[in-house]
Design a protein around this ligand. Structure first.
Ligand SMILES: Nc1nc2c(ncn2[C@@H]2O[C@H](COP(=O)(O)OP(=O)(O)OP(=O)(O)O)[C@@H](O)[C@H]2O)c(=O)[nH]1
Ligand SMILES: [Mg+2]
Ligand SMILES: [Zn+2]
Length: 341
């Protein structure tokens, strides 16, 4: 019952965080939750506290800080229950933190020509890596004559992921997403621009909390209406994070997430005769054998190979960059040039 929840519990405070803080710390350095990151710093809220912490802590939306009253920029970030991060857009290899301490990630896509299984798989691998429960939310059911093929394509991605079909502009989101939007929980909406993330947030709140805008008619792409990641609290005590549509989602340091998404292929690779098997012409290749036996879906195999290669390349490049290994860096630049060609 939300009425019985402590103010901190309403902000998403869970035993995982409480265990990190002594009773004394709770008084001297009260916990604050980051609800927005902007140029001026971190907007954070706690029990009877609402303040802007100047840039300093390496934190993202959803993080918990222990406030250093004398020097807020030195506030400590509590260990995270989960963390969403991707390779930051650009030419360097670094992480961009997306959201922390999330329990459920709603991976949003629409029943229209913008629907893309490979893209959904990326988000789900990221969620598995982050140790967050992913749920696929298919919007715009009302605009689609036959949503069934979208539902079955989404359901085929992983037996571990639920699929919800709805009209984001109706009362359906409240009912259909209720199971995950419980008091004390934190949920995030992720997906491309225009899929209806902010519309879903508004539907949960029953009022306009976030701005929304129509998509382009020619290609069903969105217009990047949401530009900031922001956390809002439902009156019942669930924390809801809206995010801007991502143009590109590159995996880095997410090998486990990819393996969780493709457990069958990860197991087969272990059976290939050569450890560095490329699954092309090598003898004793378990992947080729499974293909020949008709046990594998070829497009899915191709998506897996692409994701594995990208994840490995980014992870190795990140390691090379941080270790300052010159010859490896040169090899990476050459590989990049080749890729571009
Ligand atoms: N008919 C219908 N329209 C929807 C549905 N979901 C979203 N829309 C419309 O799709 C457009 C884009 O929705 P937004 O909620 O702004 O999308 P977004 O994912 O937040 O997009 P960005 O903020 O750009 O990342 C708006 O015009 C919404 O009204 C739906 O289920 N049915
Ligand atoms: Mg939006
Ligand atoms: Zn092989």
């Amino acid at each position: 019952m939300p009425q019985n929840q402590s103010p901190l519990a309403q902000l998403g405070w869970q035993p995982f965080f409480a265990e990190q803080v002594s009773a004394e710390d709770m008084v001297l350095t009260p916990p604050l939750r980051v609800i927005e990151v902007n140029r001026k710093g971190l907007h954070a809220v706690g029990e009877g506290i609402d303040l802007l912490v100047p840039a300093g802590p390496d934190a993202t939306v959803g993080d918990w800080l222990l406030l250093d009253r004398a020097e807020p920029a030195l506030s400590k970030v509590l260990a995270r229950k989960s963390l969403f991060q991707r390779r930051a857009p650009g030419t360097e290899w670094k992480f961009q933190l997306i959201a922390a301490n999330v329990d459920t990630a709603f991976i949003v896509s629409s029943c229209n020509p913008d629907f893309n299984v490979a893209r959904l798989e990326r988000y789900i691998a990221l969620a598995f890596e982050a140790e967050v429960t992913p749920v696929i939310v298919l919007t715009k059911a009302d605009l689609c004559d036959d949503p069934a093929p979208f539902v079955s394509a989404a359901a085929a991605i992983s037996p571990r992921v639920s699929v919800v079909l709805l009209n984001a502009l109706s009362g359906e989101p409240r009912d259909k997403l209720r199971e995950w939007c419980q008091p004390g929980q934190t949920v995030v909406f992720l997906g491309s621009s225009g899929v209806g993330k902010s519309s879903l947030v508004n539907a949960l709140f029953g009022e306009e909390t976030e701005s929304t805008a129509p998509i382009r008619e020619d290609d069903a792409k969105g217009r990047h209406t949401t530009t900031r990641r922001q956390l809002h609290f439902l009156p019942g005590g669930c924390a809801v994070i809206d995010t801007p549509g991502m143009r590109e989602l590159q995996l880095m340091d997410a090998e486990g997430g990819v393996a969780d998404l493709f457990p069958d292929l990860s197991a087969l690779v272990e059976q290939c005769h050569f450890r560095d098997c490329k699954h092309e012409t090598e003898p004793g290749c378990a992947i080729r054998a499974a293909l020949a036996a008709g046990a594998l879906d070829e497009p899915r195999l191709a998506r897996w190979e692409k994701l594995v290669a990208e994840e490995r390349f980014n992870t190795e490049s990140l390691a090379a960059q941080t270790s300052g290994n010159k010859s490896l860096r040169k090899a990476i630049r050459l590989a990049q040039k080749k890729n571009r060609k």
